[in-house]
Ligand binder design. Structure first.
Ligand SMILES: [Zn+2]
Length: 205
């Protein structure tokens, strides 16, 4: 996992940026699509809460295709002793298996925190229709913070990005996780419990 803790409370919970790359307009991001994005981001938040409960840095991801979840995952770097076991990698791998196709054409990937260099690269290769993320990661984020692969024409597969969906909740999970860890406690946090109570919790899927 990127060294999220070193940036402490630096996660930015910006609102959806007014213009996102490759044709998603501010109107799309802020009006018609927002309830749909928030619906699925709450499932990603439930995944992030599951990570926190396992003592993992709370980042969650779901992949949605034709109105249903085809892949989901949360950070498992500690459990698997695997630096590549990020939420996005696990979720898009499951989605590709479900589709029996490495191209995630027509799918939307929801992730609670801005993807890192590895995950932004994997998302570029997977070619989903859209990537939606919550809070920025100023230290490791590569869809707008340290770098923006979606705006680099050398790797342009038409990756569309919307950011800022439930950013406050996404960043809050991380902040509370690190705060609890510093005080010697781990596990669920208040905002995570709200995520778990969502109608789109794990058991509902
Ligand atoms: Zn990553």
């Amino acid at each position: 996992m990127p060294d999220y803790e070193s940036v402490g409370c630096a996660f930015k919970s910006r609102r959806a940026r007014s213009v996102v790359p490759n044709g998603i307009t501010a109107k799309d991001a802020k009006t018609a699509k927002v309830p749909e994005h928030e619906r699925w981001m709450r499932v990603a938040l439930a995944e992030a809460e599951a990570a926190a409960a396992e003592g993992e840095v709370p980042v969650g991801c779901v992949v949605v295709h034709e109105g249903r979840i085809i892949g989901r995952g949360h950070n498992r770097t500690e459990a698997l002793k695997d630096p590549t076991a990020h939420a996005e990698i696990i979720a898009i791998g499951a989605a590709a298996t479900a589709l029996e196709n490495w191209r995630l054409s027509g799918a939307t990937v929801y992730v609670t925190i801005e993807p890192c260099l590895m995950c932004a690269g994997a998302l570029t290769l997977a070619r989903p229709e859209l990537v939606v993320y919550g809070a920025r990661d100023p230290k490791f984020g590569c869809l707008g913070s340290q770098y923006d692969i979606a705006r680099d024409n050398r790797f342009n597969h038409g990756l569309k990005v919307v950011e800022g969906v439930l950013a406050t909740e996404s960043a809050g999970l991380l902040k509370e996780f690190f705060r609890s860890r510093r005080s010697g406690k781990q596990g669920t946090v208040p905002s995570a419990r709200r995520a778990a109570q969502s109608p789109f919790s794990r058991k509902a899927q």
